[in-house]
Write a protein of this length. Structure first.
Length: 254
């Protein structure tokens, strides 16, 4: 499987200086004003994504050890603040302002479209948006820089390639465990077992059921199911009696 280190042509023990040197060399090679290959729309983005991860000590450590622990997962909506012109200027050693700046356009896509990939048109000409694109990613199309914006979803939150969804269960179900069926972003129904004794706010991870990685074909993030425990109020005597019998559902759909 190709890694970010492979993309930059360095080994896993490379120093910060090695990574920066490799990035500048590749970024100049694949600069959209210079590179004319058929894969010009993705090459520069692949190199930039690898560099933005490996140049940051915290991101690099997380990339080298990617598995989050249940209950310790956090989502961040800000996925980088540098503009494409800043990135190009950095790659060209600060000289990009003297080059012609490419016109920019923005395209909005749904999370479902980001999962499958989709098409849009520019000046009447269709172009492809690859599967797995993240908000802020860029494409280079017919001399334009296309900024991709993935719209917020009503059920899922996204962090890079991972997805988060919340499910509500009763206190009894939290005590005894329950199975829920989640309709994932791709329409596939997944059976997820919530273990007995789970606490409010804890997360059950379903590996490999998140968003596709736009740089590496076949790689997907994870789906994180966060449990929200609900406590009934103003119970009648009959309801209290029923709870004492520990009646609970065996399975349910989301």
């Amino acid at each position: 499987m190709t890694t970010y280190y492979d993309v930059l042509g360095v080994n896993k023990t490379a120093t910060d200086a090695d990574i920066k040197k490799a990035y500048k060399k590749l970024a100049q090679k694949y600069h959209p004003d210079r590179y004319e290959g058929a894969d010009a729309t993705t090459k520069f983005q692949e190199v930039n994504t690898a560099y933005q991860t490996l140049k940051d000590p915290e991101k690099r450590a997380e990339y080298d050890n990617p598995r989050p622990q249940a209950g310790g997962f956090s989502f961040h909506t800000n996925q980088g603040g540098s503009s494409i012109h800043d990135l190009l200027r950095e790659a060209m050693g600060g000289g990009f302002r003297q080059q012609r700046q490419q016109p920019m356009a923005q395209v909005n896509i749904s999370l479902e479209e980001a999962f499958t990939g989709t098409t849009r048109s520019l000046n009447g000409n269709p172009f492809n948006i690859p599967a797995g694109m993240r908000s802020g990613n860029h494409l280079f199309v017919d001399g334009f820089i296309i900024v991709v914006n993935v719209l917020r979803h009503h059920r899922f939150q996204r962090a890079q390639d991972d997805l988060l969804i919340g499910v509500e269960i009763s206190a009894v179900e939290a005590m005894l465990g329950v199975e829920c069926v989640i309709t994932n972003i791709d329409g596939v129904k997944l059976k997820v077992k919530i273990p007995a004794g789970i606490q409010h706010g804890k997360i059950v991870r379903v590996g490999g059921q998140g968003m596709p990685n736009p740089e590496f074909r076949g790689r997907r993030g994870d789906l994180h199911v966060q449990v929200v425990t609900t406590i009934p109020v103003n119970l009648t005597d009959e309801e209290k009696e029923s709870i004492m019998k520990v009646q609970h559902r065996k399975t349910f759909d989301v």
